[in-house]
Ligand binder design. Structure first.
Ligand code: ADP
Ligand code: NI
Length: 225
């Protein structure tokens, strides 16, 4: 294995000690492996994909008082430590900055023109984004979501809180919903947001499993009322 990648694995494991179970080293490891699988079907820079997958959740603002810059600083310092060349470093940092579901909903005109002119590592971003989205759905996605809801002390479900599609960004950020609501505001939308063919294929079964789960969950809930 490339020594920069090996050192990054050690760094991320250390950095994520004690992290919430849905955003811990094992999440990163799954995303890394999925990204490698997807990258095999895409023309992309494998080193950029692997480093970005490994560093993508290094300091999630959700767990660091909303600080959006912290993750970038930590990743940048590490990439300097491993003496990565500046162009590769820029690509990895671009991906980390643009990974999240929230950020992908808001792009400035300048960013859009960079994208059109391929001045950014778009394919690599798409691969890592798909890998992260795959780990958010299916059986593992369900487990992570209830774990996060528990961590936030949220309700599992509320019979009066009908699941709503198309929540506004403000509602989304407030994060006051139930865990079941999170499926409708985000998880069920991910299948149609996959960027790559391989990502779409891998998302199918996972998506169907979530639908089955929700149907059974809501049936059991209703039967008990
Ligand atoms: P992104 O950074 O792409 O917006 P997040 O880090 O917010 O993604 O979400 C990653 C995972 O964390 C989700 O797939 C889900 O499992 C869990 N999660 C995030 N927000 C919530 C929430 N409000 N309720 C339950 N789980 C959540
Ligand atoms: Ni992630």
């Amino acid at each position: 294995m490339n020594t920069g990648i090996e050192r990054t694995v050690r760094f991320v494991k250390e950095q994520l000690k004690g992290a919430e179970a849905g955003h811990d080293w094992f999440h990163v490891e799954r995303v890394w492996k999925l990204a490698v699988i997807i990258a095999q079907s895409e023309a992309c820079d494998r080193e950029v994909v692997e480093l970005a997958a490994l560093l993508h959740d290094i300091a999630d603002p959700k767990f660091h008082g909303g600080d959006e810059q912290l993750a970038i600083t930590i990743a940048q310092n590490h990439l300097k430590d491993i003496e990565l060349d500046p162009a590769t470093m820029e690509s990895v940092l671009y991906i980390i900055r643009n990974m999240s579901f929230k950020n992908s909903l808001e792009s400035s005109d300048e960013q859009l023109s960079d994208i059109r002119e391929m001045r950014v590592p778009l394919r690599e971003l798409h691969v890592v984004q798909d890998a992260d989205r795959l780990d958010a759905i299916g059986a593992i996605g369900i487990a992570r979501t209830f774990n996060f809801g528990g961590f936030k002390n949220n309700l599992l479900h509320h019979p009066q809180m009908a699941p709503r599609l198309q929540m506004t960004k403000e509602e989304y950020k407030k994060n006051t919903g139930t865990t079941i609501n999170h499926f409708y505001e985000k998880l069920l939308l991910l299948k149609d947001r996959m960027n790559t063919q391989k990502g779409r294929e891998l998302a199918e079964g996972r998506h169907t499993f979530m639908e089955t789960f929700l149907q059974q969950f809501l049936e059991e809930w209703e039967a008990a009322r």
